[in-house]
Design a protein around this ligand. Structure first.
Ligand SMILES: CC(C)(COP(=O)(O)OP(=O)(O)OC[C@H]1O[C@@H](n2cnc3c(N)ncnc32)[C@H](O)[C@@H]1OP(=O)(O)O)[C@@H](O)C(=O)NCCC(=O)NCCS
Length: 224
């Protein structure tokens, strides 16, 4: 594949390393540097590339020439990721999305910026994926489903057609959603949960069928 775009990865945890692997080996982007908040910049290199503070990004790399990708986990129900994404956007960088060459993406699917869509995802016709969405490996996103900004869908999640997944939500492995379900803003859906009714905002749901527990969703997403 011709590498005709240059990419800056923001994030030096496991997600940063994995983003490097995917972009470097399966995209038109050449990864040229890593970035983190300055308190985490204790070495001058990371993963064999320069490591610099986010605040210095524009001093070394022009937003006209370089794309950025914010690669972070789901800490604080995706608020950590969203806040760095907003900062990098405010610096003027265009945010790249990665879509695996091993994902099935129908031709009219809409995908926002700074998305990470890994292998074996199925995105059926008319689905819409917002900005800063992670679809880890092996999910099914049924026809006309909408996944709002900043969601983190883990693996082997089945989302039937005509669903809407509210912004910032975290969906655990092997969860399943009946067709037409709306998941409220800020939900944490535990692994293996069977969601057969729409959910309320700020909900923590587990079980088959899904039951709302009196627990803060934010408690369950550890700091990345
Ligand atoms: C929800 C989750 C965070 C619970 O974590 P935990 O710290 O072990 O929490 P607890 O054991 O205190 O669970 C709280 C309650 O929910 C129940 N519960 C937890 N997870 C459940 C699940 N997946 N299905 C059904 N019930 C579940 C527990 O039995 C417990 O019930 P109780 O209060 O009646 O005893 C965890 O089960 C989960 O789903 N993690 C997501 C894993 C994942 O998808 N990882 C992807 C990595 S990218």
């Amino acid at each position: 594949m011709i590498k005709d775009k240059k990419l800056l990865i923001v994030g030096i945890g496991e997600t940063g390393i994995l983003a490097y692997e995917y972009f470097a080996n399966d995209s038109e982007y050449e990864v040229v540097a890593f970035f983190a908040d300055k308190e985490f910049v204790v070495e001058s290199t990371f993963n064999g590339l320069p490591l610099l503070a986010i605040d210095e990004m524009k001093n070394y790399y022009s937003p006209d020439e370089f794309y950025a990708f914010v690669a972070m986990g789901s800490g604080h129900l995706n608020r950590d990721r969203a806040s760095i994404y907003n900062r990098v956007k405010e610096l003027g960088f265009k945010l790249a999305s990665y879509v695996s060459s091993h994902a099935f993406v129908w031709k009219n699917v809409e995908i926002g910026e700074n998305c990470l869509i890994l292998e074996d995802n199925t995105l059926q016709p008319f689905t819409k994926i917002g900005d800063n969405v992670v679809l880890w490996s092996g999910n099914h996103v049924g026809h006309r489903t909408i996944i709002e900004n900043h969601c983190f869908i883990t693996s082997h999640v089945v989302i039937s057609g005509f669903c809407r997944i509210g912004a910032y939500s975290f969906i655990g492995v092997n969860a399943a959603f009946a067709d037409g379900i709306t998941v409220g803003l800020d939900n944490f859906i535990g692994m293996g949960t069977i969601v057969n009714k729409s959910t309320e905002a700020d909900g923590f749901y587990v079980g088959n069928p899904a039951v709302k527990r009196n627990i803060s969703a934010k408690r369950f997403c550890k700091v990345s």
